[in-house]
Design a protein around this ligand. Structure first.
Ligand code: ATP
Ligand code: MG
Length: 436
């Protein structure tokens, strides 16, 4: 059986096969029979197609199989393509042969089931049109990230997943037994990337990242994919510009490749088009507090991190992502340097997405001050000895360098307007779930 013997549903729906006898294969999406006729809808990765099976048009045994076959049975069908205004997509297949490759058992997923049940059935639920569409967008996003960085001369650089050090705070570390010792799953690629930039100058990576998030939110996974970059000789303003360009590029790729999926997901396509053409503003943390106070009447004490509710209220005033720089130094990770121009703050930024999707990127210039970093690590109760290799990077030819990490699922959630980040990854891992 050669691949070219089969026509994709997308090609049938394009109208180019009208009147021809073709073969399609896929899974029964819906089916209903009445007397001597079976109406089925067939799905493959490219779309759904109505197929009409009439007794007499195909061998009797095959007609009986069509009556018997339940949804999600896999089939190969031969038929003649007819135009039919009433059929979804405008075409239907009049079946002349039908081979059931596998008779499905009664499918456990029916209408109106609870999110928890659907999570238990995730291995089957990923076939749904909604998830399939989001996963296609995700694939475009991942491809776009690689092409964006490679197009700019960045090298892909891999860091270990098992790491002895923390990067983003001890409370979200996943501990792993490592022979007779213990180690942790990667919270970030960054510390190793900082070694890499002295060899390759401009590097990026996208990989699974692990954080034991202790609270249930619609924005946090325990295992997510982070796309990170790090570059020698770049400062904060260089990387914020790059981050804006990257997000615009990714959205433009989705618009180019996933129109159909965006339509299935009922997305506002003109709104996404404006993301590509409009400037993303840059404001400081202090300005963000002012906006919250003046426009929302929210009084936030200077020095406190922006919580979800503050981020969401701030973003009500913007229709594109916004870069927020200069968060208070005190609440930042140990490697974020002080801004000489405003010493209470760090040379760092977050990019916040509009419409309540929160932080999609976090980044900073990296400190080159060993004494300051040692002091911060000691305050955090960290074993400073473990970071001597990292400090070596400041001892041997240190240069200004910066980087950021983009949360792949957060970005996909925003582009697809997913209600929950869990729908943007095939098998989500969260505080309450690591199965199936
Ligand atoms: P948040 O404050 O939302 O927890 P963070 O400050 O911990 O985010 P960073 O350490 O800056 O995040 O990580 C970079 C990016 O990775 C974030 O901007 C976000 O897009 C993504 N990210 C971080 N934690 C998670 C998570 N638990 N699940 C999914 N994505 C995440
Ligand atoms: Mg976090």
């Amino acid at each position: 059986m050669s691949q070219s013997d089969f026509t994709s549903i997308e090609d049938v729906l394009s109208g180019e096969t009208v009147g021809k006898t073709i073969q399609v294969r896929g899974w029964i999406y819906r089916t209903r029979s009445s007397g001597n006729i079976v109406f089925m809808t067939l799905r493959d990765v490219t779309g759904v197609l109505q197929a009409t099976v009439k007794r007499g048009n195909l061998p009797d045994a095959e007609f009986e199989d069509a009556v018997k076959a339940l949804i999600e049975s896999s089939v190969q069908i031969t038929g003649v393509v007819k135009e039919d205004k009433r059929a979804p997509g405008g075409y239907e297949l009049q079946v002349t042969n039908l081979l059931v490759v596998n008779f499905a058992e009664p499918f456990p997923i029916t209408k109106d089931q609870s999110p928890e049940f659907l999570m238990d059935q995730r291995h089957l639920w990923i076939r749904s049109r909604k998830l399939t569409s989001i996963l296609k967008v995700r694939s475009t996003v991942v491809g776009a990230i690689h092409s964006f960085f490679r197009g700019k001369g960045f090298y892909e650089f891999d860091a270990p997943v098992l790491q002895p050090n923390q990067c983003e705070g001890g409370s979200t570390l996943f501990e792993v037994k490592y022979y007779d010792e213990k180690t942790y799953l990667s919270q970030s690629w960054q510390l190793y990337a900082e070694a890499g930039v002295f060899a390759l100058e401009r590097i990026y990576n996208m990989g699974p990242t692990f954080r034991a998030e202790k609270s249930k939110t619609s924005r946090h996974l325990s295992e997510f994919w982070m796309a990170e970059m790090e570059a020698a000789w770049m400062d904060l303003s260089d990387v914020t510009m790059l981050a804006k360009e990257e997000v615009k590029y990714i959205v433009s790729q989705v618009l180019e490749k996933n129109r159909k999926e965006l339509e299935i997901l009922e997305q506002d396509i003109p709104k996404l088009e404006r993301i590509v053409s409009e400037e993303f503003p840059t404001i400081t943390y202090t300005e963000a507090l002012r906006i919250l106070k003046e426009k929302e009447g929210m009084e936030i004490e200077w020095g406190k991190d922006l919580r979800t509710v503050e981020e969401d209220n701030l973003m009500k005033h913007f229709s594109t992502p916004v870069v927020v720089t200069n968060y208070p130094l005190e609440i930042m990770a140990f490697y974020k340097p002080m801004d000489e121009k405003d010493p209470r703050t760090a040379l760092c930024f977050d990019m916040l997405a509009p419409e309540g999707y929160g932080e999609i990127i976090g980044g900073s210039q990296r400190s080159t001050d060993i004494a300051a970093m040692t002091q911060r690590l000691e305050q955090m109760g960290e074993c400073v000895g473990n970071y001597q290799w990292y400090f070596d990077l400041r001892r041997f030819g240190s240069v200004p360098h910066s980087g950021y990490g983009l949360g792949v699922e957060r970005l996909v959630a925003w582009i697809c307007k997913a209600e929950n980040i869990k729908d943007t990854i095939p098998f989500p891992r969260t505080l309450l779930r690591f199965r199936p």
